[in-house]
Design a protein around this ligand. Structure first.
Ligand SMILES: [Zn+2]
Length: 285
């Protein structure tokens, strides 16, 4: 069933859980993510990032995400991840996505405010939630290696600006930079837990973690306890799919068509997300 972003975040707060927000650019990832949400009877956010347009366009994978979400027994949000323009977010809303992130984090503050405000106004026509972002998170959503940035003080989100940003835009949740990076970690992340507490208090909205792949269980739990209620996750699940597909080619070198590769790939994503959900949710089955 479809639930709103707000409802998913409220579940996260009331159970001290982090809601997994999983990028599902392929049908394998999509069906695996839904199966895990159903198995554990927990809410989950299915999301499509603009950077994954070459894998599947939002017009192609989007309707599949929505239809499978609606018929699922699990409470699911269908979310546009890292919309780089209001137009891209609108494409998602037109398909039926009920939540979106507008990423103006690389724009000057005033410009980020303007584009995020515009997105919140648009979202109201669709009854959709909006996630904004403030502070620079190194790396790319497509999971390519992040080249540095770990521990760079200038990249962390400023709590004063964050409070102003949320008050003026009316976003449902805010993606902040507190030490995680997108993609695969080359260096140990330096998480600023006190900053999460301050950001949650000052903004009054749940905090979103990007670059959620590759943290330790303890790091996830501490971030959640401090106010992180949406955890974006993609790279390690898709990496697990690749490793499983490679292994099939080793085990069965006479494989001569593509489709069989998707079977172990899907299973690997399911196992990877299953382990994640057990850490993030206090009430996972
Ligand atoms: Zn991100």
């Amino acid at each position: 069933m479809l639930i709103t972003l707000k409802e998913a975040l409220e579940y996260g707060e009331s159970t001290t859980s982090g809601i997994a927000a999983v990028n599902t650019p392929t049908l394998e990832m999509l069906t695996a993510a839904i199966a895990v949400a159903e198995k554990h009877e927990v809410p989950l956010i299915l999301q499509h990032a603009e950077v994954h347009e070459p894998v599947n366009t939002i017009e192609n994978i989007g309707p599949a995400m929505l239809e499978l979400a609606k018929r699922s027994s699990a409470p699911l949000v269908v979310h546009v991840d890292h919309g780089e323009s209001v137009d891209y977010v609108r494409r998602g809303f037109e398909i039926g996505f009920n939540s979106a992130m507008i990423d103006g984090s690389r724009l000057p503050f005033e410009e980020n405010l303007r584009v995020t405000k515009e997105t919140v106004e648009l979202a109201q026509n669709y009854g959709a939630g909006v996630e904004g972002e403030l502070g620079v998170m190194p790396g790319r959503e497509d999971g390519k290696d992040s080249d540095g940035g770990v521990g760079d003080e200038s990249l962390y989100t400023d709590p004063e600006l964050a409070a102003q940003f949320v008050a003026e835009t009316g976003v449902t949740a805010l993606a902040c930079s507190f030490g995680t990076v997108h993609g695969l970690y080359k260096a140990t992340p330096k998480l600023k837990y006190d900053l999460i507490t301050t950001l949650r208090e000052r903004t009054g909205v749940p905090i979103v973690m990007h670059g959620g792949s590759g943290l330790s269980n303890e790091e996830y739990r501490e971030c959640i306890a401090r106010g992180v209620q949406k955890i974006n996750y993609y790279t390690y699940a898709d990496k697990a799919a690749l490793e499983a597909a490679k292994q099939l080619l080793v085990d069965e070198p006479d494989t001569y068509v593509y489709s069989p590769l998707t079977v172990p790939a899907r299973k690997a994503v399911e196992e990877n997300l299953d382990a994640l959900v057990r850490v993030l949710y206090t009430r996972a089955n």
